[in-house]
Design a protein around this ligand. Sequence first.
Ligand SMILES: [Zn+2]
Length: 183
Amino acid sequence: METQFDTLQKETILQAPQPPEIHQIWQCLHQIADPELPALSITDLGMIRSVSPFQRDGQQNGWQIVFTPTYSGCPATEFLINEIRTTLAQAGLKPVHIVVSLSPAWTTDWLNADARQRLRESGIAPPLSQSSACEKPAELDFIECPRCGSHHTEQISEFGSTACKALYRCKQCLEPFDYFKCI
Ligand SMILES: [Zn+2]
């Protein structure tokens, strides 16, 4: 039987306020831009899966950050891990334990509407909203030009300025643009 004390304790755990540092850490991480997509931060991209106090031997000892790189093997991964450490250390938030989580694998579905809009504003066509659509080659003919919004576009090269982008050209405004490939 559950006593009043048990209930109270349970409520205390459920309602335990998050340490203020958690919010501060999210804010710091939001300042870190992706080197290949400078319009977006690593939080916009959904690369930070969680931030929590790190416990060791029942004592809190710094912070744990679960990080999922956009493309495993993307050269930016090492760079970003260093950026996270440096940025948080400068804010006095340490030690930081970074756990690289590859499962579930990152997908462009994790980009929110705001991030997609900012990509468009920076001249990059955002990935199709459902990565499953990308498996159908026909869909690739409908990439929207980020400049004029035309769907009369064609792929010029499978690789754009970086491996995660493809190079397209708009048949309407004749401008080339990068398309952020979905995965
Ligand atoms: Zn266009």
